[in-house]
Ligand binder design. Structure first.
Ligand code: AMP
Ligand code: MG
Length: 409
């Protein structure tokens, strides 16, 4: 058996970030910038009003109430050439350019229309600059906005649009093929014949792949047939950036996946000192023209093992391929409310737990119950994984390192 850190280093060393591409900023959310972005424009591009109201010279309304003639009007998207003089007001809408000469905006709530809008009564004084959003208040032209390696959130994409960064250089999303192997698997809803089970790993892994930010490609169930498996794997390598298989990597397995991958790819068959998910395979499958070596993740068939294996080994690698600065789930010291017992067996145990924030500001965890590698229903209740080093586990109330998959659900 090898250590999980050794397995992980082996995988990560063979999954470099993909070459950058250019995409419209509207398609960049969820991806990672491959080049720094410098602001090409000021935001806002001109001084504009933060409110609906009246542009004035602040000194003119120092002793309210003051009645001023309304000498013009400016809406968002319009502008006025009229230079405002002391003792005058110009009606102005939110986002409209502040007229030359004005140095503050009185909000409409502090005014009263007189003479059908010919004049306005200002009831409040304003300081110079009030409700004026200055040019460059948000972003200054030439500012170093985002370094390479920035994750594009919806807000980041919005800022890119605001500075007219129409296209940006990003690491592309990985296209990841997912397939299941096994003669026992059924996914067409038909009644189960003796020995058959419903296929479930592929459905789960397609979602996990998408949730990791990748494009998932469903390659279905491949029967335990060498020629068919080889054909599917080779074609996946041509069209995808990575392949995730489930099943056929454990010790006493009927050896189709092993036989085929050992022959056509540069594979390492691992027994990792973890529970669940001890068997795991990883390797590189070259494309026909030899131009690319596509990572293949051979996950175990037991559903919980498949999921944990994906979490610990495939997900970080796929995130690295997509340039993500953070490839791992957050690891926090949580409190094991009921304790988490185990026996020493030379392995690190990854116990599926439900985590929640408590009034003490700490994350608390409780086992979701059944921990068998075939018991996906219990694991589906988990939003975190407690990491128990070899030994006797942790006592009730003790700290346990915990990987947070999602909190707040
Ligand atoms: P294997 O790794 O192929 O030996 O499979 C280990 C266990 O996981 C067996 O009980 C399989 O029937 C089960 N299994 C394998 N693949 C899947 C799958 N795609 N969906 C559900 N169970 C599976
Ligand atoms: Mg199998």
């Amino acid at each position: 058996m090898i250590d999980i850190t050794e397995a992980r280093s082996y995988v990560l060393a063979r999954c470099p970030a993909a070459a950058p591409i250019h995409v419209p900023c509207r398609q960049a959310t969820g991806l990672v910038l491959a080049a720094a972005v410098v602001a090409a424009e000021d935001v806002p591009p001109f001084a504009n009003s933060a409110v609906d109201g009246y542009a004035v010279v602040a000194a003119s309304v120092a002793s309210p109430p003051v009645d001023l003639p309304v000498v013009g009007e400016v809406a968002a998207g319009a502008h006025t050439d009229r230079v405002l003089q002391p003792g005058e007001a110009i009606r102005i809408m939110t986002g409209a350019p502040v007229p030359a000469g004005a140095d503050a905006i009185v909000m409409v709530e502090d005014t009263e229309r007189l003479d059908g809008g010919q004049r306005v009564r200002v009831r409040q004084s304003v300081a110079v600059g009030v409700a004026v959003r200055r040019a460059g208040d948000d972003v200054r032209v030439g500012a170093a906005l985002y370094p390479s390696g920035t994750s594009v959130t919806p807000a980041v994409a919005g800022v890119l649009a605001s500075v007219n960064a129409a296209t940006v250089s990003v690491v592309p999303p990985a296209r990841v093929a997912v397939l299941s192997t096994g003669d026992e698997l059924v996914d067409d809803g038909s009644p189960l014949l003796p020995g058959q089970i419903r296929e479930s790993n592929r459905t789960m892994l397609l979602g996990a792949v998408r949730e990791a930010g990748c494009e998932a490609v469903d390659l279905g169930i491949v029967r335990d047939d060498e020629a068919e498996l080889e054909r599917v794997l080779r074609s996946a390598a041509e069209t995808c950036d990575a392949v995730v298989t489930s099943g056929g990597v454990s010790m006493g397995d009927y050896d189709v996946v092993k036989a085929v991958l050992s022959r056509i790819a540069d594979m390492r068959w691992m027994q990792i000192a973890i529970k669940p998910a001890k068997p795991f395979a990883f390797g590189l499958l070259a494309t026909a023209d030899g131009s690319r070596a596509v990572p293949v993740f051979g996950l175990p068939g037991n559903p919980v093992s498949s999921l944990v294996s994906f979490e610990l080994l495939a997900r970080p690698a796929l995130r690295q391929m997509m340039g993500h600065p953070v490839i791992d789930r957050p690891l926090v010291a949580a409190i094991a409310d009921d304790g988490l017992a185990r026996r020493a067996d030379g392995k690190t145990h990854y116990v599926r737990v439900f985590a929640s924030f408590a009034a003490d500001g700490r994350v608390h965890v409780r086992s979701v119950g059944a921990q068998g590698s075939h018991q996906l229903a219990a694991t589906s209740q988990a939003n975190a994984i407690a990491v128990l080093p070899d030994g006797e586990g942790v006592a009730a109330g003790a700290d346990v390192p915990t990987l947070l998959l999602s909190l707040g659900r």
